[in-house]
Every structure is written in C-alpha cells, then in structure tokens.
Design a protein around this ligand. Structure first.
Ligand SMILES: [Fe+2]
Length: 214
C-alpha cells in the first residue's frame, strides 16, 4: 500500500498540474478532480492487492463445521488407537492430513475424536472410543477405531475437534458413504463424507481436514 500511496500522490500532483495547464477551473473543481483521481487510484491499488494476496481463491475450501452434540468429554487420553478389550464391531482405520486453505500441511495439529460404539451408545462414564492425537510430518494422522453405530435420529458419524497449534478449534463430524440414513439425517453434510474402502479386516477410510488458516 505504501507504493500505491506514493503513486496516488504522484498521480494527484500530475492531475493537478494537467488541470491547471489545460483548464481554467475553480479551486473547488480541481479539488473534485483530485478527489476523483485519488479514489480511482486507491480502488485500483486495492484491486491489485486483492489479486496478489488472495491465493486462497485457487486453494481448498475450509472443512465445514458441525455441531458438537451432547456427548463430548474433555481430557480424553492421547492415543491413535481406540481399540481395546471389550470393543466390538467392524474395524475402521482412518488416515488423512490436516491442511491450511493454501494446501500447506499442518504438523502438530490436535485432533480429538469421539463416537458411539457399534450399538450407537457413547461411553459417558469413561473414555471408550475417545482419544486425541497430534498430526506428525506433513500434517498426517492415523486413527484406529471401529465403525460407529447409529442412534436415534442420527446416521453413523464420528465427532472430531481439529485445532492447528494456537489456532481456533474446528468442531465437525465425519460420515460414511452409502449409508441409507445419511439422507434422512438433517445434520448430514456430503462435504464431510470420508472415502471408504473395504479391507481384509474391516474398512479403511481417508479424510483431509482443511483449516481456515494460511
Ligand atoms: Fe454423535
């Protein structure tokens, strides 16, 4: 903007000189011309700044938020596997990255997952199927868990909070593709569907989170 201001000053001066040479206008009229010229210069400068400083136009959109719901518990243990004795269901391995809107990987981002068991029940007394972890190199994460069950009014989903170091928390939910209840769940968002494939011992899924940071 410093350069734009300098150009503006020069152009205003040039405009005044031109006006003084060519037109015997009043002082008020010259001030009007200078004001108009400076407005055009400022607007042009702003457009140039917007064009050069908005790479997000070509980058990914931020992952949409979703409601937290009533079953979040803080202080879930740090772990990448939520599998433990007593947990039954179809194994699900979810991997992906945490990225900025410019596509830059975010290492050290915190992910806090929680979801229901295969019958649709949450562990509200303890920390079963709850855990947090941090992204490692290239913003990658890996979660071992099971496919959540459905419960009243909800299609199967995984809750998650994602936070870049010192960043704002994104609270959202992930969904499975092809679930018949997806279309009947008013919270369902197709932008939050994981890519899921069958695996010999369950399912493998991927999802990249995009945080609204540069
Ligand atoms: Fe839920």
């Amino acid at each position: 903007m410093k350069r734009a201001t300098k150009n503006m000053d020069e152009d205003i001066q040039t405009g005044q000189v031109t006006a003084e040479r060519q037109l015997p206008e009043s002082k008020a009229s010259r001030r009007g011309n200078a004001w108009l010229l400076s407005s055009v210069v400022i607007l042009t400068g702003l457009l140039m700044v917007m064009k050069t400083e908005s790479p997000a136009a070509d980058a990914a959109n931020p992952t949409p938020a979703a409601i937290e719901g009533p079953f979040f518990k803080p202080n879930a243990p740090r772990r990448t596997s939520l599998l433990e004795p007593g947990i039954t269901g179809t194994k699900l391995v979810l991997t992906g990255r945490v990225l900025s809107t410019a596509g830059k990987p975010i290492a050290g981002a915190r992910l806090d997952f929680w979801h229901s068991d295969s019958k649709g029940d949450y562990d509200n007394a303890g920390y079963k199927l709850r855990g947090h972890q941090f992204t490692y190199q290239e913003g990658r994460y890996r979660l071992e868990t099971i496919v959540p069950g459905q419960y009243s009014g909800r299609t199967p989903h995984i809750h998650v909070k994602v936070q870049a170091p010192n960043g704002r928390i994104l609270t959202t939910q992930l969904y499975l593709p092809g679930e018949p209840r997806n279309q009947r769940d008013f919270l369902f968002n197709p932008d939050l569907v994981m890519k899921v494939q069958e695996a010999p011992d369950g399912k493998v899924a991927t999802f990249d989170f995009v945080l609204n940071v540069k």
